[in-house]
Write a protein that binds this ligand. Structure first.
Ligand SMILES: Cc1cc2nc3c(=O)[nH]c(=O)nc-3n(C[C@H](O)[C@H](O)[C@H](O)COP(=O)(O)O)c2cc1C
Ligand code: SF4
Ligand code: SF4
Length: 438
């Protein structure tokens, strides 16, 4: 069986699944429950000068029958005292010496940073995570994303931390920034040991059209909240890959954002994350989800003949490239499996109104489809004109039947030619520019 043990910048855990800093990592009681369920590590709810929270604090984006595909919060850092938090970390570490417990910190002055970094090490935490990400409340007080959005400020504060730190330091990045690598490079320059990303994204999930106040509502007002959950995964994957591919960053990555199962975790790892953290999925389904995550990841690694996580980490990073290097002569078209087609014609409408008008609706017999006994009769079925299909994927994406429309490669005799190669050849007079599509 594959070895799931994980090592992020010297912080060891029995598996790569960590509880992210947030409501599920607020207390020792919850941490015991998390580790009993099978989580390998936990980043404590951010510790700092205790705050006062508001009610309500959360809102969500539901889609169809799916609750909470996106989740929004205006909660601040821990409302418990640093004494209580550090004492509980010490208690947890005594009982779980081989699990990773990370103290997430957010304070203001150099003196405070030094004091809190020392207290985190003294209580036995395995590492420190610097929360430069909170996009609400704390940033109005000059902390959280107010730090993370200014790489030079983040660099200065991280170097204060590094002066005192005796345990590994992870800088948690905010996605509310134009170029995530600028923030990651700042962490590297300051001497941090790892980065974690993403924290939550600025958001308003909805507006109540009777009261005209967005959710969550606090006495007739709302506020910009932090967005997370499944909806943010593509944004997080993109940022993780950007940091993993950047030669100037060169730091281990803890991947966060919309992870709910082993597949999500494996994708983050393939794009460069050494381990992963989860918050919203635990708030939705509880700590128990980690059992499937451990089993699923282990089975997957075995099925690929991988003996350890190290063989998976980063495997997809170089498969993402600049657009200018993609092959313009590679051809794919959509093809329909009529044994699966239910004749809903969603593909036809999508191609007709939203793509390239290359699907016709024809009588089944004219396209050689036998709707014999056992098949629902259809007057017309979609037929793709492959010569006109530009291979955009849209029909395959809207088709409600799995693998009914597949995208197939069409071999041609044209050599590989990227946009940048084409530009070079045009500049050298070896080729004419490609004429516009009619
Ligand atoms: C209600 C709530 C509170 C959070 N509090 C913190 C916090 O105190 N410190 C922190 O670094 N991140 C905090 N986060 C952010 C999460 O750790 C995580 O970065 C983010 O939610 C994305 O992961 P997810 O999609 O798995 O939730 C919080 C998230 C939520 C939903
Ligand atoms: S791949 Fe795009 S262009 Fe081709 S049939 Fe489907 S929607 Fe039309
Ligand atoms: S969307 Fe899929 S199932 Fe519906 S008509 Fe097109 S191919 Fe058939």
């Amino acid at each position: 069986m594959a070895d799931l043990s994980s090592n992020l910048a010297g912080i060891k855990s029995p598996n790569p699944f960590w509880v992210a800093s947030g409501p599920p990592s607020n207390t020792a009681y919850q941490t015991h429950r998390a580790f009993e369920a099978g989580w390998g590590g936990l980043v404590w709810k951010t510790i700092g000068t205790p705050i006062v929270n508001v009610a309500s604090r959360y809102s969500a984006l539901n889609f169809g029958n799916q609750r909470m595909i996106g989740f929004n919060n205006i909660e601040l850092i821990s409302d418990r005292s640093p004494e209580t938090n550090f004492a509980e970390i010490a208690e947890v570490k005594k009982r779980w010496p081989h699990h990773a417990v990370i103290a997430s910190l957010m304070v203001e002055t150099r003196e405070e940073w030094r004091e809190f970094v020392k207290r985190a090490a003294d209580c036995g935490a395995d590492g420190i995570e610097l929360n430069y990400g909170c996009p609400h409340g704390m940033c109005e007080r000059g902390m959280g994303s107010a730090v993370g959005q200014q790489p030079e400020v983040a660099e200065r504060i991280t170097s204060w931390v590094m002066e005192t730190a005796t345990i590994p330091v992870i800088v948690k990045l905010t996605p509310n920034i134009t170029d995530i690598t600028a923030a990651a490079r700042a962490a590297k320059r300051a001497g941090a040991n790892a980065i974690s990303l993403i924290n939550t994204i600025n958001s308003i999930t909805n507006v109540n059209l009777d009261t005209f106040v967005p959710e969550p509502t606090v006495a007739g007002l709302s506020s910009h909240g932090g967005y997370c959950g499944p909806a943010v995964k593509p944004i997080a994957l993109n940022m993780v890959q950007c940091c993993a591919a950047d030669a100037q960053v060169g730091l281990p990555i803890s991947g966060i954002g919309g992870i709910a199962n082993w597949r999500d975790a494996a994708e983050f790892m393939a794009l460069g994350a050494t381990n992963v953290q989860v918050c919203t999925a635990i708030m939705h389904y509880g700590f128990r989800i980690v059992q499937d995550m451990n089993e699923g990841l282990s089975t997957y690694l075995d099925s690929k003949g991988m003996k350890s996580l190290a063989e998976l980490v980063g495997k997809s990073v170089r498969n993402v490239n600049e657009w200018k290097n993609l092959d313009l002569n590679f051809q794919r078209v959509a093809r329909i499996d009529y044994d699966k087609c239910i004749g809903c014609n969603l593909c036809y409408i999508a191609c007709e109104d939203g793509a390239h008008q290359c699907i016709d609706l024809l009588a089944p017999e004219s396209i050689g489809v036998d709707l014999g006994p056992g098949r629902v009769p259809h007057k017309v079925l979609p037929k793709i004109r492959e010569d006109d299909c530009v291979g955009c994927n849209l029909c395959a994406l809207v088709c409600p039947v799995d693998n009914c429309i597949t995208m197939v490669e069409i071999k041609n005799d044209k050599p590989k030619m990227s946009w940048s190669e084409l530009q070079d050849k045009v500049a050298r007079g070896e080729m004419k520019p490609i004429p516009p599509h009619p």
